[in-house]
Design a protein around this ligand. Sequence first.
Ligand code: NAP
Length: 335
Amino acid sequence: MASSLRHFAGLGSPAGTASAASSCFLSRYTPNFCAFAALRPARPAAAVVAAGKPCLHAEQPPQHQQLEDEEAAPRHAEHHERPAAPALRVGIVGFGNFGQFIAAGVQRQGHAVMAASRSDYSAYCAQHRIRFFRTVDALCEEQPDVLLICSSILSTESVVRAIPFHKLRPDTIVADVLSVKQFPRNLLLEVLPPGFGIVCTHPMFGPESGKHGWGTLPFVYDKVRVAEDGEQAAKCDQFLSIFEQEGCRMVEMSCAEHDRYAAGSQFITHTIGRVLSQLNLKSTPINTKGYETLLQLTENTVSDSFDLYYGLFMYNVNATEQASTLQFPYGAPYL
Ligand code: NAP
């Protein structure tokens, strides 16, 4: 759907948007946000994309099960330590670019990772000591402590609605990493059974910006609905401690506040990066520092999927207003 909307919204080719006869550089290369906005669902629509592309390989054989405890604590085992609490079993739903990236950090902190995804990642998982399940149903049968939603923003509603919650323990924590926050918060509050914990998070970094470690990088979280004490509270703290132990700067913030800030920062960054990518910028022998920054921005932005960028706009209500600031007046003298 994203690609068809993209086409419809005139995103496919800069030349298409140029036909609006604007002499303004930004108008020419900036996605047609007005067309996008008209397409935005009043509330994010159900079944944006169908989940469940069949997976080619079967679930890992049962003997992998016995690896789980050994896999769970490599970091502590190395130092002959034991974690204070038993390692968490984290089930990741959506095991693409970011799901794999986050799994590595979870494992570094001594926890076990299981994964399910639309596509088949069984070979990758076998190499990384991760149990891969061909369906979310099969993953839920294993009753992970934390179910971590790492699907694209666009597919998350259909993914979440298809989760068989009755197979999970009633105090399971469901967390997400979506780059927009009010949308998953509202969705999880609506769909999850009452006892389930909800933690909405946004690691403000990715495989590119976090490739040399997560130290000092911001990690935004909102404990939307977590028991005040008991096992669920402890597991939530243990889950968040993964990011704390990795050195992230922990920022507790409401989902609404996150989306206000992100529209003015992350969405703008991605938009400008995508505009720059249309210019096919090349490194020169006389790059200035500023130009190096632009090249880096372009590289970082286009390494993310278009679905991610599209989701930033469609599922953050503040993005439209922010986008309108990019529509400079016709023939502005400085352009
Ligand atoms: P993405 O394109 O936003 O999402 C890819 C993931 O979504 C894959 O796991 C993919 O599954 C799944 N997916 C896509 N369409 C689907 C459908 N119709 N049904 C079921 N699953 C579907 O790229 P990403 O970078 O991996 O991001 C994943 C999530 O992390 C997003 O919510 C994003 O906002 C968040 N995030 C990303 C970054 C980053 O730097 N990349 C940073 C922070 C947060 P398959 O691979 O199995 O097809």
